[in-house]
Design a protein around this ligand. Structure first.
Ligand SMILES: [Zn+2]
Length: 371
């Protein structure tokens, strides 16, 4: 096995979100809709963050802004080891039981070793005993790891079936960040959002469009779909809009096909905004139809090196601007997108599902003390 796309994977995981808007304050003051002022008091969940430190800045800030957090342990080579990430998670879980939850992961390093499954099952079992509410799998499966024969290890590889069955039997949730935004496989001039275009123009070595020897976008999606077909009772949270961010039609098709699947929005809200700009009503119709299957999330990361003040500023602007996008009818702009687009003005009933109720359904153990 080898790691060859590490930098790409981390950069694409990083949180790059819009920060500006214009013409705020035009929302109707209607009981069916939330106002910007209600942002802090409404109970919310950010279902995809990474708290990789004992520092309490992010956890405290979340509380101040009315957020519970689900922190995902990830087997990314640039992250601390899984056991260190779990130590951070357990620290925050015990300190802040009602407002913090975490998902564990399993280690791919000795994937072909005879005792790999047993070792990973033991790790998962002990994580669940400690309070983990799910398991995260990451895109190095499919895009990076190869077996001893030089073949890419895809997510539906039979050696992982025992683990997915165990997760299902334990009534936990699998969070899957599998593949990448479709832009990664497109030529630069076909990419939809500016941050992808800028990045891949500077890093052609990571631009999958130029590397047909790697698995294709469809290979990634198909492997994930085969996994869900093999494990139809496995509750699945497709991180980053399930790598289907480019099309609400594609998301709808997959949600219809896989009833246990929800999609988290982490780091892909700009793709919804891009589609809003093209056809706002279509995005509203999609969210309305699938209002029970979409989960608000940001992918905010706090690691040991984070500057607390910068982190606070970033979180505040990210959370507030997302709130404005879903709740108001303002005209907005985002750095990733050319031009402006109108916010979605979703009713409270849908906002509550996206911001809390769906995450509570997909992670039923997460916030037991939540009223
Ligand atoms: Zn993430």
């Amino acid at each position: 096995m080898r790691y060859q796309l590490s930098s790409l994977l981390v950069l694409l995981s990083g949180s790059v979100l819009f920060t500006s808007c214009s013409n705020a304050g035009s929302s109707k003051q209607d009981d069916a809709y939330y106002s910007a002022d209600e942002f802090r008091e409404v109970k919310k969940i950010d279902a995809h963050v990474h708290v990789n430190t004992f520092d309490t800045t992010l956890v405290n800030l979340a509380k101040e802004y009315g957020f519970h957090l689900i922190s995902l342990n990830v087997g990314a080579p640039e992250y601390p080891s899984l056991s260190t990430q779990q130590q951070y998670s357990l620290f925050h879980l015990h300190r802040n039981q009602s407002g913090f939850a975490y998902t564990t992961s399993f280690d791919m390093k000795e994937f072909e070793a005879a005792n790999w499954q047993e070792a990973q099952l033991n790790y998962l079992a002990s994580s669940f005993d400690s309070g983990a509410v799910g398991v995260k799998v990451w895109k190095h499966i499919g895009m990076e790891l190869k077996d001893s024969a030089g073949k890419f290890i895809m997510i539906d590889h039979p050696r992982m079936d025992t683990l997915f069955k165990f997760i299902t039997d334990k009534n936990k949730t699998l969070v899957g960040h599998l593949g990448e935004p479709k832009n990664c496989w497109l030529p630069l001039d076909k990419m939809t959002v500016k941050n992808d275009r800028n990045y891949f123009s500077k890093h052609p070595e990571y631009h999958m469009f130029l590397h047909p020897e790697f698995p294709s976008y469809e290979d990634q999606i198909n492997a994930r779909n085969r996994l869900l077909e093999k494990h139809p009772s496995l509750r699945f949270d497709g991180a980053h809009l399930g790598s289907l961010e480019w099309s609400v039609d594609a998301m709808a098709e997959h949600l219809d096909r896989f009833p246990t699947m929800a999609l988290d929005m982490a780091e892909r809200i700009s793709h919804l905004q891009y589609q809003s700009k093209e056809n706002r009503q279509k995005v509203i119709d999609f969210i309305t139809k699938y209002q029970d299957r979409l989960i608000y999330a940001t992918d905010i990361v706090q690691d040991e090196t984070a500057d607390p003040e910068a982190l606070k500023t970033y979180c505040k602007s990210t959370w507030e601007q997302h709130w404005l996008y879903f709740t108001s009818d303002s005209m907005m702009e985002a750095p990733e997108i050319d031009g402006s687009f109108q916010a979605l003005h979703l009713p409270k009933t849908i906002v509550d599902k996206i911001y809390r109720l769906n995450a509570e359904k997909w992670f039923p153990d997460a916030f037991r003390t939540t009223p």
